[in-house]
Design a protein around this ligand. Sequence first.
Ligand SMILES: Nc1ncnc2c1ncn2[C@@H]1O[C@H](COP(=O)(O)OP(=O)(O)OP(=O)(O)O)[C@@H](O)[C@H]1O
Ligand SMILES: [Mg+2]
Length: 489
Amino acid sequence: MPRLDVRIKTNLRARAVYATGPEQREEVVTIRELSLNGALVDQLRGHPDQTLTLLTELSPARQIRLQGDLVRRSGTKGSAVHFYYSDRNTTSALWHYISAQLQQQSTSHCPYCGNEGNAAEGQCGQCRQSLAFQDADYLDVHLLETLAARIQSRIPKLNADHCHKIIKYIDRELLNLQDRSTDQEFVGTCPTMLRVFSMINKVAGTDLNVLILGESGTGKELTARAIHQRSPRMDKPFVAFNCAAIPEGLLEAELFGYQRGSFTGAVDTKKGKFELADGGTIFLDEIGDLSPHLQAKLLRFLEDRIVERIGSKRGHRVDVRIIAATNCDIHQRLENGGFRDDLFFRLNAFCIKLPPLRERGGDKVVLARYIFRKISETGHFTPQGFSEEALKAISRHDWPGNVRELINKIRRAMVMAGSDLLEPADLELEPPAPTVAPTDLHRQVSKSKKEIVLAALEENNYVIARTARSLGISRPSLYSMMKKFKIEH
Ligand SMILES: Nc1ncnc2c1ncn2[C@@H]1O[C@H](COP(=O)(O)OP(=O)(O)OP(=O)(O)O)[C@@H](O)[C@H]1O
Ligand SMILES: [Mg+2]
């Protein structure tokens, strides 16, 4: 097999720094040959397997750090150092230097296999490696080939767990595929929920935009997923995006993407959610909170289906179905001018209104039993069911946090309870939990932030808007704290 990257002859002075052991040792060395993956170095005195960093200036005042292992020592040929994978900037700087030298050192020998060939043709006649070093995508191709070769050489060492992780990463992060096994059951037996199910089935086959209205925790996202999973777009991405979870200043970039360098911090070009959902469905949660500027941008997108990344003059046509949701009183927002009529009409081609849990009659108990069963499947818990009292308390309670509150109460009770049957007290339904005064985050300096946030969430039945208000912080800040403290919503 030919070498995987090209080496150039050079005469670069460098410092080799060994970082093994408590004391750092330095040597002045000369790099005789250099490639993206390694170097041949003179005057190295370390021993094989030692880790070291080579510090060198590829051009005046452009120092780079190349970390690697000393793999072989040789007095005559120079010691071989194999680099670890560096960050993108270092790799680019290194390639810039190597390709410039390659063009200067033009030789008739292929730098991969060493055979004499016509390098001017852009490809070695012998090993077929591309010799078009000046091509802008040369480095990208090289990275892909190196990755493939690395995987190939390590395949015997991979086990099923590794494969699982790799496949999941590729599906989720690179191909944006959804895990179908997450198709949760959608439970409902009351007449209103049966009507909702029939609406989901009817609208799924069409390409209409859908607006889902309902209080927090009533199953708006579940409804959106159910529509997508029953639609012809089911094999394409479903991208859920909560418009209230991201600070206003970053929303546009998240939704529409941006070009590298278009603002401070835009280190790389990034696709927005609309592009990621191309061919599939985008679920825009808490749409009622969009700023007038973003409402206008969304409306323009709905009219021409063209996404323009921030900083780009070229638009991309995107085929995406929009399902939007809100738990605010959208009609009041329309009346007071907080939400544009024209945008509302576009989003509201088909409307599904989810009833609050308190209006679902016997479904409270049906759902409680279903949730209990689901949680039981995840581990060993002492409780085996609900007491009669607990079922009555569940029916009586008005569940302001809806299904999410029911899930949280049952999950907590199953962990905490010590007897076979869950009692109302385990579910904190009776006697009513003592009311905690609204928590002001800044005053409670003695408690840990996590405790404060958890207590406030419980107090407010996990209703985000209300919890954020009680803590005196914004919703995006609350979401980011919950993420930081690993609090599930
Ligand atoms: N009818 C249902 N059957 C089974 N699970 C449900 C049902 N309704 C809601 N859930 C579950 O309750 C939780 C909350 O649902 P979901 O996130 O869809 O609500 P939401 O209306 O989007 O809430 P929010 O307004 O807070 O974003 C999820 O775990 C969901 O799977
Ligand atoms: Mg939601």
